[in-house]
Design a protein around this ligand. Structure first.
Ligand SMILES: CN(C)C(=N)NCCC[C@H](N)C(=O)O
Length: 288
């Protein structure tokens, strides 16, 4: 099993993550709290109450964890394509795989990464939703003191299953949308690259950026539900399950609720995925 894809996936995931984290914080807050009037209001309030640091809450943990999950995604995707088409990453420009194979490999990567991602994403979302300014004398301490404390508190209160809150919604979000992600990337690269050649850096940036936007547009409705299930019982009301969360969110807030965070998600998706794909392709090319 070629391991370079896993390493390249980890490094490229970390780079994308740092670039996209402030957007991600605003998105999570808009999706789970009703106190903000929109993106700008959320950014202004976050900056006023928590300074620039507020946008980077919960980031150290994803760097160490979620970028490992990116390595599972890219590693499984590439190895699934190898199993389906018997071609390595280097051979795929000369013998491009069919879009069906790309889609199946993407869905497989998405499905497996969702289970690795679930506990880390839960902790990230819980920390991002703590709007208290950093420890000021006299102010009440935040519920979680950091990622380890957050994981330990959830584990103590709910056992190991508590750490997988929202995992179903996450799997439903990621399995098809990661198929869409890799098909979009491949399709765009092939449109702008002569047969048999490697895509230029510009093509990789644009194809990666649009793959991010299109997959996140498709993922946003279940992303909203996933974030709400993860916050259920805290800032959010408790739900009877995934379906209850979908139905009661739609009843109370209208169908528009499923598109909350769409603009910020798309604005974040372009740079994050452009840099992720560029560094991934560059690393694999330089390792030969
Ligand atoms: C639609 N979905 C779930 C995705 N496209 N997932 C892959 C995301 C890669 C990148 N780290 C990001 O956070 O955008």
């Amino acid at each position: 099993m070629p391991a370079e894809e896993f390493v390249a996936g980890w490094i490229s995931g970390a780079l994308g993550l740092v670039l996209g984290h402030p957007f991600d914080t605003v998105k999570v807050r808009l999706q789970t709290q009703t106190t903000y009037r929109g993106i700008v209001d959320c950014m202004v309030k976050t900056y006023r109450h928590e300074s620039l640091l507020g946008f980077f809450k919960g980031m150290s943990f994803p760097i160490a964890s979620i970028s490992v999950v990116n390595s599972v995604l890219f590693g499984v995707y590439s190895n699934a394509l190898l199993a389906l088409t018997a071609t390595s990453h280097q051979e795929r420009r000369a013998q491009p795989p069919s879009y069906t194979h790309v889609f199946i490999a993407g869905c497989t990567g998405g499905f497996l990464q969702a289970y690795c991602l679930a506990p880390f994403d839960l902790i990230k979302v819980r920390l991002q939703n703590q709007t208290e300014p950093r420890a000021k004398p006299g102010s009440p301490p935040p519920r979680y003191r950091g990622p380890i404390h957050c994981a330990a508190s959830i584990f103590q209160a709910e056992g190991p299953r508590g750490l997988f809150r929202g995992a179903w919604a996450l799997t439903l979000r990621d399995t098809p949308t990661l198929g869409i992600y890799f098909v979009t990337y491949e399709w765009l690269c092939r449109q702008f690259t002569p047969d048999g050649q490697n895509p230029s850096s510009g093509t990789v940036l644009v194809a990666g950026g649009f793959a991010g936007i299109i997959s996140w547009v498709a993922a946003t409705p279940l992303d909203v539900i996933k974030s709400r299930m993860q916050m259920a019982g805290l800032k959010q009301r408790a739900y009877g399950g995934l379906l209850d969360c979908i139905v009661s969110s739609a009843r109370q807030e209208g169908l528009g609720v499923f598109f909350r965070g769409l603009t910020i998600n798309s604005a974040r998706a372009f740079p994050v995925n452009a840099i992720t794909f560029l560094s991934y392709e560059y690393l694999l090319l330089s390792w030969g």
